[in-house]
Design a protein around this ligand. Structure first.
Ligand code: GLA
Length: 381
């Protein structure tokens, strides 16, 4: 892939490009907890957005997207938002870096990747992170990886309209091969946990539903959580996020909340606990318990947080019935994208056969399987 990107750069812009990569991510457990300042357990994957880039003497920057086959020329000093969606991510990263004092020059860039788009693997965070990382390196802007993650997150808020948490950008920038990141989204303290499930593999099954509802419903979920927090905060001092609210506290003020708001908040509080219990189980090598937490997470996302869809539910229900499937759940923002499963080797084939059969007979399509391993985060190649 990177050779292809480099060749296309040479064709368009000549030699002397620097090469960078930043990956997509999986998340084992802890969904919709990041913007509620809870915990997440993501890892970077071995699929990335690759970038060939070179500073330019010209006033204009030139960009070429290999995946879209589209190009764009733009003056970094002007503040107009590009129309093309893919260009908005890059524009946003540049603006956010400049806002924080970076002095960037024009550049020529070609990028493309193998992170499946719209499958919930955070191709957008990979794009933000690869540009942030590369521009930071090329123009010696001096941002830390943590600051680059925030730059990516604020790009989503301010230029894409999704008030996302920090998980995706953090995973893309901090990932390490063979390790998952247990991230506390309040303090941004993190631990790299070796992820070795002996005899098991991670399997992603794409529901093929593109998460088009996701951005508006995502922001609605976030607001509902904020409403719940405001209700409790009227009674308890020091409450700033769902992280500060226990299940007992929530029950105490339940009557003052809309039933939907209560359900959303309860899911988040329970999901944080599932993650903490799941991490203890992983440390003890108890994959069965971890897997049960994954199923519990899906149940909550589907019934209480209501961000699943029939296709995702069918994949998880099917997986649950197959001996050797340790755990399965929808992953990411929801309304489509992938199911992540932890599967013993002997269950891999039965899982795929069974899911494909049932999926095809209900939805008339064959879901695709995406093979991933846990890979490294943003880097210069
Ligand atoms: C999307 C967002 C993340 C996170 C997940 C849900 O991927 O970008 O910040 O909130 O959804 O866990």
């Amino acid at each position: 892939m990177i050779n292809q990107i480099q060749e296309i750069f040479t064709q368009h812009f000549g030699n002397h490009a620097s090469l960078y990569a930043s990956p997509g991510r999986v998340n084992l457990i802890g969904e919709h907890t990041d913007y509620n300042l809870g915990f997440v357990l993501p890892g970077a994957i071995d699929k990335a957005i690759y970038l060939a880039i070179r500073p330019s003497e010209s006033k204009l920057s030139r960009l070429y997207s290999v995946d879209y086959g589209e190009s764009l020329t733009w003056d970094l000093s002007t503040g107009t938002l590009p129309e093309k969606m893919w260009a908005r991510y890059i524009y946003g990263v540049v603006q956010e870096m400049q806002k924080r004092g970076a002095r960037l020059q024009s550049f020529d860039a070609v990028f493309g990747g193998d992170v499946p788009l719209g499958a919930g693997l955070s191709s957008s965070a990979a794009l933000e992170s690869v540009f942030g990382f590369a521009l930071n390196d090329l123009f010696k802007a001096g941002f830390s990886r943590e600051e680059l993650a925030k730059i990516g997150q604020m790009t989503e808020h301010n230029y894409i309209g999704v008030r996302c948490g920090i998980m995706d950008q953090f995973a893309s920038l901090f990932g390490e091969k063979g390790k998952v990141i247990r991230l506390d989204c309040r303090s941004l303290d993190y631990e790299m946990e070796p992820f070795e499930a002996p005899g098991c593999r991670i399997v992603l099954i794409d529901s093929m539903v593109k998460h088009s509802l996701a951005s508006s419903e995502y922001n609605v979920r976030r607001m509902q959580c904020e409403t719940g927090v405001a209700t409790v905060a009227r009674h308890v001092s020091g409450v700033e996020s769902l992280r500060d609210i226990t299940a007992d506290m929530l029950e105490t003020y339940r009557a003052e909340m809309d039933a939907t708001v209560y359900r959303r908040c309860r899911y988040v509080i329970d999901e944080n606990q599932r993650l903490l219990d799941g991490c203890d189980a992983l440390k003890a090598g108890d994959y069965e318990t971890f897997g049960q937490k994954m199923f519990g997470s899906h149940e909550g996302l589907s019934k209480a947080y209501e961000v699943s869809c029939p296709e995702l539910d069918l994949i998880v229900e099917t997986a649950r019935r197959i001996p050797g499937v340790v755990g399965a759940r929808m992953m990411g923002g929801g309304f489509g994208g992938c199911v992540i499963s932890l599967v013993r080797k002997e269950a891999y084939e039965p899982l795929l056969t069974e899911v494909q059969e049932r999926f095809r007979s209900k939805f008339g399509e064959t879901p695709r399987t995406i093979d991933v391993t846990i890979g490294d985060g943003a880097r210069r190649l």
